[in-house]
Design a protein around this ligand. Structure first.
Ligand code: M6R
Length: 611
């Protein structure tokens, strides 16, 4: 949510800032701005819209801008105040020529605004960030680091910030609480960003700030303090994915590239984690000894959006195979409803970004309640990964498209491995474990078979473009797939879509079915299929056109539905993955044919770091 980039060093700052912003644009893209230091002053340029609108404002002949070696930049996802040029960051603070960019929410902004207004400060925007810029200015007495520390002590809420003042050339102050800040340390200077994707082009050495860290940066020199504890030392970590991994690689959209990467990303997720001889999964990062495994009372899975949908597959598989109580819960609800959690519970926080505010808050609540807390995270070094300390990285590579695809299939793959591991620590036999290992290892090949049908799925998509509403139905393992299919369709094509348990349709939603309201039914061969086909007939009797996801060669299902996409025959717990990939492609093609902004859908942000 919002992207921050900043640079200080000996290289021209502007190209670094603009290319970094482009890299972070998936975090927010309703307005963008930069501030760069020149000889006489700090120049701020900002604009409504995407980074390319901002680039258009930077004249090629402006040598003072082009020669600057220090600046800050921001791409915004609006929280306080609509996406206008005035509300875009950077915001200038008072008379001292302070410029500041911010990601997060200053919760006591109203009280601070009243205080600063009474002191004579004039506000030009509706943002909480401008409050912070003026607050820093009001406390500035010649040392920006001191002023920022003093200001942050007055602030309630979350922030990732970068700020500069004209009187201290080449100096940046950055800080974080709740919103990530990474420092890319190189010989020619330091690049600051909200995530590592903006810095890998320049350096692989990254320092992830902790909550309440404040850093003063002068070129490559860092002075990191903690708001609570004075000077602190933070060690650099190596970023292990390449710049190429974050490029489109010839695909029209990141989403399509990421859909097609799935055989490989799942293989990376599984690599070295399955033992075919012992019929078990390794997952050493969970750091559970045999006794803890055997005594595990309950697995509580928390996440948001797609990650929560993956969690539901985990709930089913863990109960199904391991006989361990499992529950999935919306992370947003977790800390507010005072859940019953104790030390024999394993809480699994699922998050692609590792920065989702509600999931992070659930992690903290579960930690306070004494549970074993683990992270199932894609982004290495992210806050959830660091705060949980134990868990399983997805190794799916960077996911840039706002619509999550490869993260989901890797999350499901890890959850199946967890189910296997828990099952083997209980009643599952070695033979049954070996069979499960085989089934999991087959997943990438199943996905390849769905990807081969890309053109056919694009043709099917043509028949579902013009509808304004759609229902996705499934039962058992296919119920979470229905939820995920509906989420994908609505977020990128803006077609209103709902996922329902196939049996639940009759309890209300069926009232909405009519000719132009199609139903996408997960009719995979396995337990429950006959009942779902019965539900399909009920939908058709209400004039809905039904697109079935069916198992290859299942002539009964093919004859029942109006259109179909096939997935290879496999057990339902693994059919989740190829079936979801089929729905990802369906949504992608519908959105493409409708001309939607696929990688950056309206109103969304990749990483939701505010509540
Ligand atoms: O980074 P996270 O996995 O924690 O993100 C959770 C959701 O915000 C995310 O899955 C969201 O629902 C996606 N845009 C769905 O495609």
């Amino acid at each position: 949510m919002c992207g921050i980039v900043a640079y200080t060093g000996i290289r021209p700052a502007l190209p670094i800032l603009i290319s970094g912003l482009k890299r972070l644009e998936y975090r927010g893209y309703d307005s963008a701005g930069i501030a760069v230091e020149t000889k006489d002053r700090i120049v701020i340029r900002k604009s409504k819209g995407k980074v390319k609108e901002l680039s258009g404002l930077l004249g090629e002949d402006e040598t003072d801008l082009a020669e600057s070696n220090c600046g800050i930049a921001h791409t915004r996802w609006a929280t306080h105040g609509p996406p206008t040029t005035e509300n875009a960051h950077p915001h200038a603070g008072g008379k001292n020529g302070i410029a500041l960019v911010h990601n997060g929410i200053i919760e006591n902004h109203r009280a601070l605004r009243d205080k600063l207004t009474a002191a004579g400060y004039l506000f030009l925007s509706e943002t909480d960030t401008e409050v912070l810029a003026h607050l820093v200015d009001s406390l500035y007495q010649g040392d920006l680091l001191d002023a920022v520390i003093a200001a942050l002590k007055e602030v309630e809420g979350t922030f990732g910030i970068a700020c500069m003042v004209h009187a201290e050339p080449g100096t940046l102050i950055v800080a974080r609480r709740g919103s990530p800040i990474v420092l890319g340390v190189g010989e020619n200077g330091t690049i600051v960003a909200s995530d590592a994707s903006a810095i890998i082009k320049h350096t692989r050495q990254a320092i992830y700030l902790d909550d309440n860290d404040v850093a003063q940066i002068k070129g490559s020199e860092l002075d990191i303090r903690s708001l609570d504890a004075g000077s602190v030392s933070r060690q650099p970590a190596e970023i292990d994915w390449s710049a190429d991994a974050a490029e489109k690689g010839g695909y029209e959209h990141y989403m399509l590239k990421e859909i097609f990467e799935q055989p490989e990303s799942i293989r990376n997720t599984l690599r070295g984690r399955l033992d075919s001889n012992r019929g078990n999964a390794l997952l050493s990062g969970l750091n559970l000894n045999p006794r803890e495994l055997a005594e595990l009372h309950r697995v509580l899975i928390v996440g948001c959006g797609t990650s929560m949908n993956a969690g539901l597959v985990g709930e089913y598989a863990i109960e199904d195979f391991a006989g361990v109580l499992a529950e999935v819960e919306q992370a947003a609800e977790f800390r507010y409803r005072n859940p019953i959690v104790n030390s024999s519970d394993l809480v699994v926080a699922i998050s692609q970004s590792g920065e989702t505010a509600d999931t992070l808050a659930a992690v903290r609540e579960a930690t306070d309640k004494g549970a074993l807390v683990s992270g199932l995270v894609n982004t290495v070094g992210s806050t959830i990964a660091r705060e949980t300390g134990r868990g399983v990285y997805l190794h799916a590579g960077p996911e840039i498209s706002v619509a999550s695809t490869k993260a989901f299939t890797s999350q499901v793959s890890v959850l199946l491995m967890m189910a296997l591991k828990f099952a083997r620590s209980r009643r599952m036999s070695r033979d049954a474990g070996c069979q499960f290992v085989k089934e999991i290892k087959a997943i990438p090949g199943l996905v390849e078979r769905v990807l081969e049908q890309n053109d056919a799925i694009a043709k099917v998509a043509e028949r579902y473009l013009d509808q304004t509403s759609a229902f996705f139905i499934g039962r058992g393992y296919m119920y979470p797939v229905a939820l995920e299919g509906a989420l994908k369709l609505k977020e990128i094509s803006y077609i209103h879509a709902e996922g329902y348990h196939a049996a639940e349709l009759k309890h209300g939603p069926i009232a909405l079915l009519e000719k132009d309201v199609p139903v996408i039914a997960l009719c995979n061969d396995g337990p429950g299929k006959d009942k779902t086909l019965g539900n399909v007939a009920e939908c058709q009797a209400r004039d809905s056109r039904v697109l079935g996801i069916v198992t290859e060669g299942d002539s009964e299902a093919i004859a029942t539905v109006d259109d179909h996409i096939t997935v290879p025959a496999c057990p339902l717990h693994t059919a989740v993955v190829p079936s979801t990939v089929a729905l990802q492609l369906l949504s992608y093609h519908i959105a493409r044919l409708k001309g939607c902004s696929i990688d950056q859908p309206r109103n969304l942000a990749k990483s939701v770091t505010v509540e």
